[in-house]
Ligand binder design. Structure first.
Ligand SMILES: C[S@@+](CC[C@H](N)C(=O)[O-])C[C@H]1O[C@@H](n2cnc3c(N)ncnc32)[C@H](O)[C@@H]1O
Length: 331
């Protein structure tokens, strides 16, 4: 089962079958009070001199595209999120897990609500994803972590594949046997992992894209090959990629047409069913991402890395509903 659904999740979730997903991972908007936006540019080959010079001495002009963006402002965040989390529980298998990715602004409120909804004994971990990137304020401790809450439907029966876990290097490998040092140690609930590298292959240009490494660790440990993972705040489709790379299925929902377009392109090699939208034709040049101003390093590299794309038309308002969710959810 591999599907990308364009739609508002509170409407799409009830159309999904019961018990199809072993894991739901969600990374909702964090209620930052801002519009999450990322400037996007594309490079178009040109004969004109004075443009950027790229691979093979070719010249490129950089055009500013409409930004990928979504609203991240809620008066009552838990009132927005909780009904959606509750609706998703029906989609989980009886031994399924729910992962909710938040930050310090909202995690405490959501934890209290989820404890009420599921019971405190269903709470398993608060995973701290710590990173070390970006500006550092001088007026308080710079906030450099997110919180990921893990809940299970059944505290007696859930998936935790210890052997599937990637292991981490010892800080002082000289103090343990060579065998142990080679094997690495068990990660704790604090995960140090870089953000999505600014100019790395992984970057899609979608605001708040999460790193594959973090989501892959969750999927490998909390599902088995052949299971299906649900993400109903899917953004650029990181969960879908992490799932498919590891032999799992995925159902992704996002209300933004632009997000679905990016996911569909990113996951095209896994041939997902697209529900409520079609991938727009691409005819011109590649899309590059930068967080603010056009980035010099985004000048195209070798021609082989330039797929034909035209994402200009992918920026229409994100109001469409899925035409017929559920219909695409065949194994
Ligand atoms: C923080 S982003 C997810 C980023 C994603 N984890 C990634 O790696 O790209 C949150 C996403 O939730 C979507 N969203 C917000 N409210 C939604 C709703 N009610 N229904 C469906 N999608 C929603 C936004 O369009 C946005 O793409």
């Amino acid at each position: 089962m591999r599907s990308i659904i364009l739609g508002e999740n509170s409407r799409a979730l009830p159309t999904l079958p019961s018990g199809f997903a072993r894991l739901a991972y969600v990374d909702p908007p964090f209620n930052t009070g801002r519009v999450q936006k990322r400037a996007r540019i594309r490079a178009v080959a040109t004969e004109e001199k004075g443009a950027r010079v790229g691979f093979g001495g070719r010249h490129y002009q950089v055009e500013q595209l409409a930004s990928a963006s979504f609203e991240d402002r809620f008066d009552d965040f838990t009132a927005f999120l909780l009904p959606r989390l509750e609706a998703a529980l029906r989609c989980l298998t009886p031994d399924g897990s729910l992962f909710v990715h938040l930050d310090a602004r909202e995690v405490h409120y959501v934890k209290v609500e989820l404890d009420r909804l599921l019971g405190r004994d269903h709470f398993m971990n608060e995973i701290i994803w710590a990173y070390d990137y970006g500006a550092r304020t001088k007026s308080r401790w710079p906030a450099k972590h997110d919180s990921i809450l893990w809940y299970v439907l059944d505290p007696e029966k859930y998936v935790f594949d210890f052997e599937a876990m990637d292991r981490i290097p010892y800080m002082a490998p000289g103090l343990v046997t060579r065998e142990k040092a080679e094997r690495g140690k068990t990660p704790t609930d604090v995960w140090w992992h870089t953000i999505v590298p600014t100019n790395g292959r992984e970057k899609t240009g979608y605001p708040t894209q999460k790193p594959l490494g973090v989501i892959e660790r969750i999927i490998k440990v909390h599902t088995e090959p052949g299971d299906v993972v649900l993400d109903f705040f899917a953004g650029s489709g990181t969960t879908g990629e992490a799932a498919a790379k590891n032999g799992r299925g995925f159902v992704l929902i996002d209300e933004s047409r632009e997000a679905c377009q990016i996911s569909a392109e990113r996951l095209a090699r896994f041939e997902p069913a697209l529900v409520g939208f079609e991938v727009l034709t691409r005819s011109v040049a590649p899309l590059f991402a930068s967080s603010s101003a056009p980035d010099r390093s985004a000048v195209p590299e070798p021609a082989r890395s330039i797929p034909e794309r035209d994402l200009e038309t992918a920026t229409e308002p994100s109001s469409s509903q899925p035409s017929a969710p559920g219909t695409a959810l065949k194994p």
